[in-house]
Design a protein around this ligand. Structure first.
Ligand code: NAD
Length: 382
């Protein structure tokens, strides 16, 4: 069983599908790994390091031709910029593992099926204990939650910690995190470490304890969300009435903040608007909003993906592919998630294990044998 790692082609993508540590672990198990020359450089890994780990260095076309399983960070389902050229190189009867935005781009599963390619969408790894070590969304969220705080700290024209100096006292920055899943919790912890006064809010009542556990203060609103969590542990979409009440209750809280980080996501849906243009007007000039939901439409009405919008002196930042800016650690985590998935897909004696009785396989395989068997994808395709 040959595992192939082509270099990522999406502009700005610095991550790589496996790091040398993963290669040596897979090689020890009897797998072969081929990697395109230079694939790991932007993530801090030289060709020599891959060769020392036991990988074969090859040209891009050889990786696509000879590997049985192709591993990408951004498959063409997610990489809408240069993905078509990757797709043209992908032969039939391969297995393609990576991120492919399956809920937003279900048509990609059909494209793979038509090509007789088996697609494994890493975003669909179920939230069950035995799949935790394959959960790329959690890995990604941890990284971007951290980086969002650093962007806030560098864009704010004040320091985060309180300082008592001979020239007077500098007040600490006030940081507010909206949506406290994995990214939000990491953002709370990072902002706290940098010395800010940190408050946070989430619709899920369980988030309160988690906010307190990292030393931040939960913001209580006098409104109750009805049903906040799906069976898979993801947030449920809230009603339009709830979102309106939430916006009204949140306006005063926002007016006091220096940095606001929004992370609220509902899988497969456009992100809810938590911060309206009107609310931005009530914020302090110089305040900074980092909208981590920008790729899914944004939590702030004014967010533009990949842009910095300045409104009334408030900077609204809509980062695109933030995880790639922390490519070494992001690749380390992604690579480990992939290594664990590959160990699940391939039996000890090197055979493929695509047993649909297994929840991990059933939930993540989006195309196989020319078909799209996944019920959720079929629903989306109509
Ligand atoms: P996410 O990325 O899906 O969403 C981010 C947060 O936004 C969530 O906490 C959600 O409740 C919140 N949100 C949604 N709509 C909102 C609104 N209108 N206002 C305010 N907040 C809103 O979240 P996530 O990182 O996937 O984490 C969600 C939960 O799942 C957390 O408790 C996390 O610890 C847990 N989790 C479990 C597993 C696992 O069991 N394997 C893996 C990852 C996360």
């Amino acid at each position: 069983m040959i595992i192939g790692i082509p270099k990522e082609t999406c502009p700005g993508e610095c991550r790589v599908g496996l790091v040398p540590q993963n290669v040596s672990a897979l090689v020890k198990k009897g797998r072969s790994v081929m990697i395109e020359r230079g694939a790991g450089l932007a993530a801090g890994h030289s060709d020599d390091a891959y060769a020392a780990a036991g990988a074969t260095l090859a040209d891009r076309s050889a990786v696509f031709e000879q590997a049985d399983i192709i591993v990408q960070v951004q498959t063409p389902g997610l990489n809408l910029k240069t993905g078509d050229s990757d797709l043209a190189e992908l032969p039939s009867n391969k297995i393609l593992v990576g991120m492919m935005d399956p809920l937003a781009n279900p048509e990609f599963a059909q494209t793979l099926a038509a090509k007789q390619v088996t697609g494994v969408a890493m975003e669909l790894i179920p939230r069950i204990t035995r799949a935790q070590a394959m959960d790329v969304l959690s890995s990604n969220a941890m990284i971007v939650g951290y980086k969002a705080v650093l962007i806030g700290a560098s864009e704010l024209a004040s320091m985060f910690p309180m300082n008592m100096t001979a020239a007077g006292t500098l007040n600490p920055a006030r940081v507010f995190i909206m949506g406290v899943g994995v990214a939000g919790l990491q953002a709370c912890a990072t902002a706290k470490r940098l010395g800010a006064v940190v408050e946070a809010y989430d619709v899920r009542p369980a988030a309160r304890e988690q906010i307190l556990s990292v030393g931040a203060k939960p913001v209580e609103l006098n409104i109750q969300a009805e049903d906040t969590e799906s069976a898979g542990g993801y947030a449920k979409e809230q009603s339009a009435e709830f979102i309106k009440a939430q916006q009204a209750a949140m306006a005063d809280v926002l007016a006091q903040q220096d940095v606001v980080i929004t992370t609220a996501a509902v899988p497969g849906k456009k992100s809810p608007i938590l911060v309206t243009a009107e609310m931005v007007k009530s914020m302090k000039p110089g305040a900074v909003i980092i909208d981590l939901a920008a790729e899914k439409g944004g939590n702030c009405e004014l967010t533009q993906l990949g842009e910095v919008v300045i409104e009334n002196g408030v900077k609204i930042i809509g980062p695109n592919n933030l995880a790639s800016t922390v490519a070494t650690h992001a690749s380390q985590m992604y690579g480990k998630n992939i290594e664990n998935l590959l160990n699940h897909l391939i039996t000890e004696d090197g055979k493929l294990n695509l047993d649909f009785e297994d929840e991990i396989i059933r939930e993540t395989v989006v195309s196989i044998n020319g078909d799209v068997p996944h019920p959720r994808m079929r629903d989306l395709l109509g």
